[in-house]
Each structure stands twice: as C-alpha cells, then as structure tokens.
Design a protein around this ligand. Structure first.
Ligand code: FMN
Length: 146
C-alpha cells in the first residue's frame, strides 16, 4: 500500500498533528511519503492508494494560499478511486473554525473517496492525539490502529 501525507503549517500546529498522523501510519505502511505541500510531485499523486491532507485556516475561513494548487488539482483530476482524509488546526476565536478543512472536505467528498476529517484547536493536546489512531483507521481499508 502506498500513501502520502501532505501538509502545510506556519506556526507548527498543523505540523505537529501531521507528525502524529505520520507516526501512526508509519507503524504499518512501509511506502509512506510525508511532504510539505510546496514539495508535491503532482505526477506521482495518482499512484497513491490514499492521501491525508493537513491544513491550517487563513483569512476568514480560507485555504492557505499554498494549498490552492493542491485543491485545484483534486478538482480537475477528480480521482474518485483515491481514498482521502483531511485534518487541520484552527482557532475557535474565528467564526469559521477550521474553514479550510471544511472547504477540502466538501470538495474531496465529491471528487474522491473521502473517508474521515479531524479538526484540532491550535496545538494538538493529549485528548486530540488520542483521536489520531481512529482517524488513521478510517483512512485504511481495514482498521489496524485503534
Ligand atoms: C490572519 C489569520 C487568520 C486566521 N483565520 C482563521 C479562521 O478563519 N479560522 C480558524 O479556525 N483559524 C484561523 N486562524 C488560526 C490558524 O488557522 C491557527 O492558528 C492554526 O493552528 C495555525 O496553524 P499552523 O500552526 O500549522 O500554522 C487564523 C490565523 C491568522 C493569523
């Protein structure tokens, strides 16, 4: 099985969450790539069995600018066979909490086989990290982590 985690992070919160997802998935997936969104090789994306996307939220519930090419790629390619998941961090001070996760969720639900989403308030805490095995299990064809 071939999988990829793609993330973006400015202050490190989403990076921390992506690390937890990576640590969990790497226990059973040998062919696991872990890349910042700016390092994606778009020619390879269709070769994955599943892709987990990690994003923070910017502006007023917006996608980070660097996430837009990835978002557009999924919209254009419409890889319905590809299992996907989206996780992210946000700040509930803002009216549209984790709005970028919602934007990805709504698009991936139509264009791919979306399996699961996870939203976390700022830096992941222990109660957030406990949710990661279940998040990873939903992404897999068969549960292995929780
Ligand atoms: C200018 C600005 C706008 C933001 N807008 C939102 C927002 O609309 N919704 C939200 O949930 N969080 C918003 N945030 C909070 C970030 O998404 C949050 O701090 C996130 O954890 C940052 O992730 P990172 O540490 O991976 O960069 C905003 C932060 C900044 C600085």
């Amino acid at each position: 099985m071939k999988a990829c985690i793609i993330y973006s992070s400015v202050t490190g919160n989403t990076y921390q969450l992506a690390q937890e997802v990576y640590d969990t998935l790497s226990a059973s997936i040998e062919d696991l790539d872990y890349v910042h969104v700016d390092e994606i090789d778009y020619d390879q994306l269709l070769n994955y069995d599943f892709i987990a996307i990690g994003t923070y939220t910017w502006g007023s519930g917006d996608l980070p600018m660097e996430m837009e090419p990835l978002f557009d790629w999924f919209e254009e390619q419409s890889p319905k066979h590809l299992r996907t998941a989206v996780f992210g961090t946000g700040d509930s001070f803002y009216p549209n909490f984790c709005g970028a996760v919602d934007l990805f969720r709504d698009m991936l639900y139509v264009k791919t086989t979306l399996t699961v989403t996870l939203k976390v308030e700022l830096m992941p805490q222990s109660h957030d990290i406990k949710k990661v095995p279940t998040f990873c299990d939903r992404l897999m064809p068969e549960p292995v982590y929780s």
